[in-house]
Design a binder for this molecule. Structure first.
Ligand SMILES: [Fe+2]
Length: 132
C-alpha cells in the first residue's frame, strides 16, 4: 500500500498542503521501511520529525483558522491536541523502553487515523470553509 497525496486533500493553502504532503511522504517511507523489515530504524528517524511537526504544523493551521474566524476551531484544536498527546506518549515510552515493534505498529495506526479521519475529513472541511 502506497500512501500518496491526491488533489482532493488540498485545503487550498499551499503552505499547509505542502506540510500535509510531507507528512504523507514520511508515512509512506515508514510503511516501505516496515515492508523491508526496517520499521524500528525508520521510526527512530521519524520521531524527531513528528515532534517538530505537530508543533509547527498544528500552530500554522490553527493560526490560519483564527485569522479566518473558523467556527469549528475548538473541535479541530481538540483533535490536534489528541495527536500531540500521542506523539508525546510515544516519546516518553520509547525513551524509557527503547523503540520496539509495537511502537512501530502504534505509529502506523496513528498516522492512518490522522490521514483518514483528520486530513481527509477535518482538514478538508476547513478547506471547504476557506474556499467559500
Ligand atoms: Fe488539522
Amino acid at each position: 500500500m502506497a500512501i500518496e497525496w491526491r488533489e482532493s486533500l488540498s485545503i487550498g493553502v499551499d503552505a499547509i498542503d505542502n506540510q500535509h504532503k510531507e507528512l504523507l511522504r514520511r508515512f509512506d517511507r515508514l510503511l516501505s521501511a516496515c515492508q523491508a523489515g526496517q520499521g524500528i530504524e525508520e521510526l527512530k528517524k521519524l520521531q524527531a520529525f513528528l515532534e517538530e511537526y505537530v508543533h509547527t504544523h498544528f500552530n500554522d493551521e490553527e493560526a490560519l483558522q483564527r485569522q479566518h474566524h473558523y467556527p469549528d476551531y475548538e473541535a479541530h484544536h481538540a483533535e490536534h491536541l489528541f495527536f500531540t498527546e500521542q506523539i508525546k506518549a510515544l516519546k516518553q515510552e520509547t525513551e524509557k523502553e527503547g523503540v520496539s515493534t509495537h511502537h512501530v505498529i502504534e505509529t502506523n495506526n496513528m498516522l492512518l487515523k490522522w490521514l483518514l479521519n483528520h486530513i481527509s475529513k477535518v482538514d478538508t472541511k476547513l478547506g471547504t470553509f476557506l474556499k467559500s
